[in-house]
Ligand binder design. Structure first.
Ligand SMILES: Cc1ncc(COP(=O)(O)O)c(C=O)c1O
Length: 501
């Protein structure tokens, strides 16, 4: 039973087809923070039924909405979106970790509009100012050695290029990835992924070796001091100070790949700094550093996939890898880089970058003047509005509040983890056994949050992790609202369980 149907039980005379009632009754739930933006209440061009039938007929069925009654979004402004009924939502998932500075950020709209009437596209056969200004500004954000940038259009494409360069540079083929990783859906990134639900039954590129995922919560090894987070797991831990048994065991597994299936020389290793699609999994603190060391001993290059963790999201650093104390050889980025504009990039050393000249390599749209204008202004806004610092401050508050929620709902919340505004909340049906909450229960909680005006992500191999990765401009009131909604949704879930017994 979702939130609205539970209200219906209180007063069965309510006609929920009437939107006025929905608005009135959803006001009984937590109140959304005030917002001065006025979304125009224009009549939608398409009815919900039209949208549904076009979706079924003309769009690929892999594009599945998350909600039973899909949300049709018509307007966005900073951390909020409005649906076709003019209902406002707090967007705590940012279009899958992509809306970094806020929907339709006025400054970005202004600068992009100017560029729209100046120059959109030229292609790389001519020079333009925009890509040069942007490449310089982006390189300044990276370690000095990674000053060479190739622009493209998506995260999958960025990882394709990274792997191509790594293979050409090392003249080796074998690459290590982690189970539970997600690196994209192109034909060369699919084999890197370690989440079963993303696997098609087709032959994929060989030469990818998956190591055990270093997951201190669900993995075989883990304790209560492994993660670089203010919230740790509730697992028992006997490690002394500066010791991490879990990290040692996961590195042993990693080492076993070298001792068993890998040739003496390898191409490299790719990892996210915090796994995103896999459910916001943080590795034990030294894991990446030690893994990089082993890879480099075998002449491999290390690729940091910063598609979700880059651009200040983790709060303490601009790039997630900085939090692990490593400097990669190649960094891939997308999503937050363009605040929703199709833009991505691969940064590397000039030596590795040179490999792409061994044959012709070209990308029609990558870094065109419009894309470069968007990218440059996103960078400027992150800096001008101190959004990395806001991620840190708001992320810290949110993590602390979620930790309290975990302690108050021990039968529902198994784990809270993350850094900055890259947060995971794992729901369980048996917390002691870390048994994932069943899908129908999770869906109902997600649906109830939606009814109350909160959009939030889901992920993890069992689809039972809330992914909280909002635009980095959220404030304390947004956090209080999020916590109140989750609390209400958990209460409704508990009531249902009690009634069933
Ligand atoms: C870590 C990571 N890498 C790569 C990708 C692929 O990016 P795209 O969907 O832009 O191809 C994603 C997408 O979710 C991602 O989360």
């Amino acid at each position: 039973m979702n939130y609205l149907s539970s209200i219906y039980k209180i007063n069965p005379k309510i006609n929920f087809n009437n939107y006025r009632y929905i608005r009135y009754y959803s006001q009984l739930g937590p109140q959304l923070p005030k917002c001065n933006f006025n979304a125009k209440n224009n009549k939608p061009k398409l009815s919900a039924t039209d949208i549904e039938s076009i979706h079924k007929l003309n769009l690929n069925p892999c594009l599945k909405p998350w909600y039973r009654k899909p949300v049709v979004i018509k307007q966005g402004y900073m951390q909020y979106v409005w649906d076709n009924d003019n209902k406002r939502y707090l967007d705590m998932f940012g279009g899958i970790v992509t809306t970094s500075i806020g929907h339709c950020h006025p400054k970005l709209v202004e600068e992009t509009t100017k560029q729209l009437s100046k120059l959109w596209h030229t292609s790389s056969i001519y020079y333009n100012e925009e890509i040069h200004e942007y490449a310089k500004a982006l390189a300044e954000k990276l370690p000095d050695s990674l000053n060479n940038i190739f622009f493209c259009n998506s995260g999958s494409e960025a990882n394709d290029i990274a792997i191509l360069m790594a293979r050409l540079y090392t003249k080796s083929y074998d690459i290590i990835s982690l189970r539970n990783a997600y690196h994209g859906d192109s034909l060369s990134t699919q084999p890197l992924c370690g989440v079963q639900s993303w696997k098609f039954p087709i032959p994929l590129h060989f030469g990818v070796h998956h190591s055990t995922n270093a997951d201190p919560y669900s993995g075989r090894y883990g304790g209560s001091n492994c993660r670089d987070s203010i919230v740790q797991t509730t697992r028992h831990c006997e490690c002394a100070l500066n010791e991490c048994n879990a990290c040692d065991r996961y590195i042993e597994d990693f080492q076993q790949l070298f001792d068993s299936t890998l040739p003496k020389k390898i191409c490299g290793f790719i990892a996210e700094s915090i796994q995103g699609v896999g459910g916001v999994v943080q590795f034990p603190k030294d894991f990446l550093k030690r893994a990089y060391h082993l890879v480099r001993q075998r002449h491999g290059v290390c690729i940091a996939d910063e598609v979700q963790t880059g651009f200040g999201r983790t709060g303490t650093h601009f790039w997630g890898f900085e939090g692990h104390g490593v400097v990669p050889d190649i960094v891939t980025m997308a999503k937050s880089i363009g605040n929703g504009f199709p833009l991505a990039a691969v940064a590397t050393t000039s030596e590795i970058a040179k490999t792409l000249t061994e044959a012709s390599y070209f990308n029609t749209f990558g870094g065109n003047p419009l894309a470069s204008c968007v990218g440059l202004n996103v960078l400027k806004i992150i800096e001008d509005e101190n959004l990395q610092n806001n991620s840190h401050k708001m992320g810290t508050k949110l993590l602390r509040d979620l930790q309290k929620l975990r302690d108050n709902y021990p039968d529902i919340v198994g784990d809270v983890r993350g850094k900055g505004l890259m947060i995971g909340v794992e729901l369980t049906s048996d917390t002691k056994l870390r048994k994932p909450m069943i899908k129908s229960d999770f869906d109902e909680i997600l649906e109830n949050c939606r009814d109350m005006g909160l959009l939030i992500g889901r992920g993890g191999p069992n689809g039972n992790v809330f992914r909280v990765k909002p635009p980095m401009c959220i404030n304390e009131e947004d956090i209080d609202f999020t916590i109140n909604v989750l609390q209400k949704a958990f209460d409704l879930h508990k009531e249902k369980i009690v009634k069933k017994q």
